[in-house]
Structures are given as structure tokens and as C-alpha cells.
Design a binder for this molecule. Structure first.
Ligand code: HEC
Length: 152
């Protein structure tokens, strides 16, 4: 009986530690993982669908690109809250995300800054600038992946 109640206390303590910390918006680590991976999937979708226009395979529709970039801008802020400590197991998140938190944060800022520039170019409706900014966004995805995502 004593053993059982100790187990219950330990489990309650563990879950209240999780709940009480900075990531209280997620009930458990798996939820944080799902959240960030879903956001990254949406980012990849809204980024990737512009590729044919950038390659000149599809005509440039300034309004459509502008609307898509607006979504991308919102999405680009989302994944990071899901990188909570203790949520690495079974994912492609490298431990450096937490051991080098400042570097990971800088990589986010670089990405968001590149998306901001893409947004300015898209609002101006200037394809050459959009194309250049699109390339910079892609480079910022790759830079972060090189350092913080496990290669599969
Ligand atoms: C600041 C770092 C960072 C930036 C910027 C970034 N990613 Fe990632 N990305 C990651 C990490 C870390 C993972 C692994 C996440 C995991 O396994 O939980 C990942 C995973 C992904 C995944 C897989 C998601 C899944 O279902 O497991 C896709 C797709 C992806 N990124 C696309 C992109 C694209 C496209 C961009 C740029 C438009 C981008 N990422 C920008 C860090 C970043």
C-alpha cells in the first residue's frame, strides 16, 4: 500500500512539474511534438507551393502569392513553442535545440526575418524581389536543419 501511494505521489509530482513549467499550454510532451511538427508541415506546404512560380513554370499571380505569404508569416511563428524540454525522444529534434538554446533562437529569428522580407516583397508585387527573398527563406530553413534537425 505504501509503495502504491508513493508511486501515485511520484506520478502526480512528475505531471505537475510538466504542467507547472513554461510549457503549460501542452498537456504532455507528445502534444508539443504533434503541434510543432504539424506547424512545420503547414510551413513546408505553404512554402513549397510557391516553388513553381519561382521557377517560372507557373505565371506570377501577385495577389495569390501575397495571400500565401501572409499565411506563411503567421505560421512561421508557431513551431517554436512546441520545442519544449523533454520532448526529443523519437523525433528529429537534436539535443542542441536545448543545449544551445540561444543558437536555436537565433536560427528562428533569421528565418522569421527572411519571411518578413518575403512579405514586404510580396506586398510590393515585385517578382524579382520575391524570388530573391524566397531563396533566402529556403536558405534559413536549411541552416536551421543543418544544425538542429537529425538527418534521416
Ligand atoms: C529554427 C529552426 C528551423 C527552421 C527555421 C525550420 N525548421 Fe524545419 N524543422 C526543424 C526541426 C528541429 C525539425 C525536427 C522536428 C521534430 O522532429 O520534432 C524540423 C522538421 C521539419 C519538417 C518535418 C516535420 C514532421 O512532420 O516531422 C519539415 C517538413 C520541415 N521542418 C520543413 C521546414 C521548412 C520548409 C522550413 C522553412 C520554410 C523550415 N522547416 C524551417 C527546425 C527548423
Amino acid at each position: 500500500m505504501k509503495k502504491l501511494s508513493l508511486l501515485v505521489v511520484t506520478a502526480t509530482l512528475a505531471s505537475s512539474l510538466w504542467m507547472g513549467s513554461a510549457h503549460a499550454q501542452f498537456a504532455k510532451p507528445e502534444d508539443a511534438v504533434k503541434y510543432r511538427q504539424s506547424a512545420l508541415q503547414l510551413i513546408a506546404s505553404h512554402f513549397g507551393r510557391m516553388q513553381p512560380v519561382m521557377k517560372g513554370q507557373v505565371p506570377y499571380d501577385a495577389a495569390a502569392i501575397k495571400a500565401n505569404v501572409e499565411l506563411l508569416k503567421t505560421l512561421s511563428t508557431l513551431p517554436w513553442a512546441g520545442f519544449v524540454e523533454g520532448s526529443q525522444a523519437g523525433t528529429s529534434a537534436k539535443p542542441e535545440i536545448w543545449t544551445d538554446a540561444a543558437g536555436f533562437k537565433a536560427a528562428q529569428a533569421k528565418f522569421e526575418g527572411a519571411v518578413d522580407k518575403l512579405s514586404v516583397a510580396a506586398n510590393a508585387g515585385d517578382l524579382d524581389r520575391v524570388r530573391a527573398a524566397f531563396g533566402d527563406v529556403g536558405a534559413s530553413c536549411k541552416a536551421c536543419h543543418d544544425s538542429y534537425r537529425v538527418k534521416k
